[in-house]
Design a protein around this ligand. Structure first.
Ligand code: HEM
Length: 279
């Protein structure tokens, strides 16, 4: 035993960074860790801010993965896309676990600073809207809260011109010899996909013979997995909101839980769910 304090430098740990890139530099931690500006003295406002900011960071990664996965699917490169789709589901799992931290905030805690939010709300999260648009839940009305930021509105409008992730997945069916109507394959991308019996039958063919269509089968299950985790996020959000504000209206102006309940009915990949009944 020695009383000499342990010095990591003795085994080579870098200790001097004058003029060299450090961890703080590489990760740009200065702007990130000085971007929390509570507008009240309420203790829990910091939790509220950090929870939203970290969610936005995870959404940033989700968009990075989603756009790459879609490009790979459009390029018929399925296996690397599967890896990304699996990662996106995990990102949502991460976002789902995060609600446990926010749930420690009681209605009394939240009321202490809710006024300071003004009209701001996650409803105006352009990254969330991009995720929805990329996945296929497209509604041009959701562009309006971003009109005051032409740069963001342009990004969202561009998403409405691109095929959705589901469109990219559907295009794989004819490539594997399972035909789909032209109206499905060449629909106006600005509108949401409308479920059809033909698409359901096409996916059902895959599920009736997984060993013949293994890649499509895997693709379908990856999409269902992703939607499953996304649904859990919506549900956890709704429950947290009801727990914190009850039936009050949202700061963003909607009916609050009534709006979020309505959003629970959103189905991203409808035929992948309905085929299960007929199988
Ligand atoms: C106490 C915490 C929270 C409350 C009370 C709350 C409340 C609400 C309410 C009432 C809405 C409906 C729109 C409105 O009128 O404002 C909403 C939407 C939304 N919130 Fe939250 N929220 C909370 C936490 C979060 C967190 C941590 C996130 C993560 C980013 C988030 C993201 C969203 C998103 C993306 C929407 C839009 C959902 C959609 O359009 O389907 N919220 N929130």
């Amino acid at each position: 035993m020695t009383n000499t304090p342990y010095d990591p430098a003795a085994e080579g740990a870098q200790m001097r960074f004058d003029g060299r890139m450090s961890y703080t530099d590489y990760l740009h931690l200065d702007p990130i860790l000085t971007a929390q500006h509570p507008l009240s003295t309420a203790h829990d406002e910091m939790l509220f801010i950090v929870q939203h900011q970290t969610s936005e960071l995870w959404m940033r990664l989700a968009i990075h993965e989603l756009t790459a996965a879609r490009a790979l699917l459009l390029d018929d490169t399925l296996r690397p896309a599967f890896k990304m789709l699996a990662r996106i589901a995990r990102i949502f799992e991460q976002l789902n676990s995060a609600w446990d931290v926010l749930r420690t905030m009681t209605p009394s805690d939240y009321t202490a600073f809710r006024e300071t939010l003004g009209q701001s709300s996650g409803f105006q999260s352009w990254q969330y809207r991009r995720i929805e648009f990329i996945l296929g839940n497209r509604n041009a009305a959701m562009l309006r809260p971003h009109a005051h930021r032409p740069d963001l509105a342009a990004l969202l409008e561009e998403d409405l011109r691109q095929p959705s992730l589901y469109d990219a997945a559907l295009r794989q069916l004819p490539r594997a010899g399972i035909p789909l109507p032209d109206a499905v394959l060449n629909r106006d991308p600005a509108t949401p996909h409308v479920a059809t019996p033909e698409v359901e039958e096409a996916w059902a063919r895959v599920y009736r013979a997984p060993e013949t269509h293994w890649e499509l089968y895997e693709l379908a299950e990856k999409l269902v997995d992703l939607e499953d985790y996304f649904r859990r996020w919506r549900f956890n959000h709704l429950t947290t909101v009801e727990r914190v504000i009850g039936l009050k209206r949202g700061t963003g102006g909607t009916g609050g839980t009534s709006y979020l309940k309505r959003m629970l009915d959103t189905v991203l990949f409808p035929e992948l769910w309905t085929l299960r009944t007929t199988l």
